[in-house]
Design a protein. Structure first.
Length: 358
């Protein structure tokens, strides 16, 4: 286990294209950090810099207080699990898991004990004499994790390890990674573009966009109190609804709707009186009520919930995730209300919080 400190790290390529800007992160001993964001946001580049597979253009990387910015990858005591399993097809599962230890010329008895221990943790004991081609995708990814476990590294690094698996296997392997983290109590950094993985796995999430860190916090903090419009739109499924609205005395006025404000909301928006803001409402916070009229164009039954899509009076789209089973038809009118509202500055997209001025 280990503490990791990433201090003001930049990545600038030879063509002067900057992929990562001033990345800062303090990872606690035994913490599972998930870096999440859309493709090209810099999350994998950041992980590769931490692993030593990419040079750091500026800044410092500390492991247990020791500066390892210039330390070669092989000497960083980190193990990386890649998107591709990168297993040797001609070797057995046992040989694949033992490979790094064999290269180090460790004692064969020690290697044997470590491989058997890792195989037991991952449920691979009965597969050790098989070749990778005889295993499912999920099993092969477990072998890749086992190859990292036997090394007993200070830090585990995962680079989108589940993206090659189907939805069912992703869910099962995600649970295995979570159990593995709890069992090993290891320091882990995990990169994904899948917000479900981020929300279910992370102790803390680092949300990135265009090379910049947008917010660092617990899954609940990013879901419940997004720092800006980007985080609000990226975290949450279905995504948050957004509407342009003007702050009036006691309500918000948008295109074809008026939404009442409670006393707390009035206080938050007091500095924005008469100004335009962006209103954000999660679909699960859209309920049946009397504030706003929605004209339905789509109805999706999801068992205990129904996802309803429609238009407001001004033509703006809205999605509502209603508790229960409904059979709304195209053209039906449904009265709704916004149970929970998020407010964002229209100019910079930053969340409007209590006590902040316009």
């Amino acid at each position: 286990m280990a503490q990791l400190n990433v201090q003001h790290v930049d990545k600038i390529y030879d063509n002067n294209v900057q992929a990562v800007f001033d990345f800062n992160l303090d990872v606690k001993d035994g913490e599972l950090i998930v870096l999440v964001g859309p493709s090209g946001c810099g999350k994998s580049t950041t992980l590769r810099m931490i692993a030593g597979l990419e040079d750091i253009s500026a800044g410092h990387l500390l492991l247990d207080g020791k500066d390892i910015t210039q330390t070669p990858a092989k000497d960083r005591d980190m193990a990386m699990v890649f998107q591709s399993y990168a297993l040797y097809g001609h070797m057995t599962i046992y040989e694949n898991m033992a490979f790094s230890l064999t290269l180090r010329k460790e004692n064969p008895n020690v290697i044997h004990k470590k491989v058997l221990a890792a195989a037991e943790i991952l449920g691979l004991t009965s597969q050790l004499n098989k070749k990778p081609s005889q295993l499912s995708g999920g099993q092969r990814q477990r072998v890749a994790m086992g190859r990292s476990i036997v090394r007993n590294p200070k830090v585990f690094l995962f680079d989108e390890p589940l993206s090659n698996l189907d939805a069912k296997l992703r869910g099962a392997t995600r649970r295995e990674i979570l159990l593995l983290h709890k069992r090993l109590q290891a320091t882990m950094l995990y990169v994904t573009h899948d917000q479900t993985e981020a929300l279910t796995l992370a102790d803390r999430i680092v949300c990135m966009s265009m090379g910049h860190v947008q917010q660092v916090g617990t899954p609940l903090e990013l879901y419940d109190a997004p720092a800006n419009r980007f985080v609000a739109s990226f975290i949450g499924l279905p995504p948050m609804n957004f509407f342009e609205a003007t702050v009036r005395d006691g309500y918000l006025e948008g295109k074809g709707f008026r939404a009442a404000l409670n006393e707390e909301e009035k206080g938050i928006l007091l500095p924005y009186a008469g100004k335009e803001i962006e209103l954000g409402v999660r679909p699960e916070d859209v309920i049946q009520g009397d504030d706003v009229a929605m004209n339905v164009f789509s109805n999706e039954n999801l068992g205990m919930n129904t996802l309803v899509h429609g238009h407001l009076g001004g033509g703006e789209k809205v999605s509502a995730k209603l508790r229960g089973w409904y059979d709304f038809k195209n053209g039906d009118n449904v009265n709704i209300a916004f149970a929970r509202k998020h407010f964002f500055d229209k100019e910079n997209g930053v969340a409007i919080r209590k006590g902040e001025s316009a």
